[in-house]
Write a protein that binds this ligand. Sequence first.
Ligand code: PMP
Ligand code: GLN
Length: 381
Amino acid sequence: MLSIQSKLPKVGSSIFSVMSKLANEAGAINLSQGFPDYDCPPELIDLVTDAMKRGHNQYAPMQGLMLLRERIAEKVNEIHGSEYHPETEVTVTAGGTQAIFTALTAIIQPSDEVIIFEPAYDCYSPTIKLLGGLVKPFVLSPPDYKIDWAMVKKLVTARTKMIIINSPQNPSATVLGEEDMKQLISITAGTDILILSDEVYEHLIYDGKKHLGVAAVPELRERSFIVASFGKLFHTTGWKLGYCLAPAKLMAEFQKVHQFLVFSVNTPMQYAAAEYLADKSTYESLPAFFQQKRDFFAGLMKETRFGLLPCHGSYFQLVSYNRISDEKDEDFARRLITEFGVAAIPTSAFYTRGNDFGILRLCFAKKQETLERAAEKLMKV
Ligand code: PMP
Ligand code: GLN
């Protein structure tokens, strides 16, 4: 019998795969995994098809198509007042996940400590562990999931190599502000601590709030990898296209790994993304587009017994079910699928120690009719 030693013995299928599978099997409305159930703009599909027909079907340069890197740098520099250079400081990746994996792999050595804020996106912790790093989770609690920076400071040791931030945050739907940035500057000043800033929801931010990316903060920019995803920008999560930004010295290390992980990312979609990005309205219209969905869904959910938590960004609405049941969140989420026909993500899945606050995550990046049908079912709970 072949004996293998798992590098991730405690890891099973991701909660997103588990819940989506259960939803499909039960024919439930799937508000669990975060993806739109409407199609992307048809112009985008035409742009990819055109690129393919024009013969752009071979390897792109390792760092990404130059035209796309230029458009990314132009966009980011204009919004944040930064000076990222497309030659040396931008890499196109196979989605945000690959950018996160690559940045961590380029930096984390065995026994390095990485501070993450939980509830945290699912890929951070297993990736750190694969590299022999030590995850230092900082637990945030509902309803506001506010970061107590004085306490974070106590987690910092001589072995802290990186801090991962995520704003707008998945799943808490919170956003970091000026004060958070000041605190992060103060914690990292004079140290070699790097920052991985997951900003895949940068344009999904509501109520007139402005996304405060680390690109806009010189003291943080110099020590940061910034991760972005075109999946959220173009409503194309299945394209797995994203990018990473970092100062040249960090980006050189990133690219050493990137070249052996994927070498380069699919070419026709890079042409399409470069063309599409030229029109600013593609991303400037996103806050209003998603805010309308958030408000529409919240309006419907107010008719249910679920309690709504604040949502400042991302495409997730958190709801508390403490007026309905005291079951564990995963049990309740499973029953919601089988008995009521709606799939959600139990937020305990985003905590190392499974902290259960009785809160579910619902994705509102859905057609109006899907949200209506889901709410109708949730009203019966
Ligand atoms: N970070 C966060 C916070 C996410 O929610 C996601 C996916 N939605 C990613 C990274 C990964 O992005 P991608 O799908 O482009 O790999
Ligand atoms: N980011 C998506 C979410 O949070 C899921 C992506 C995935 O399934 N890996 O739901």
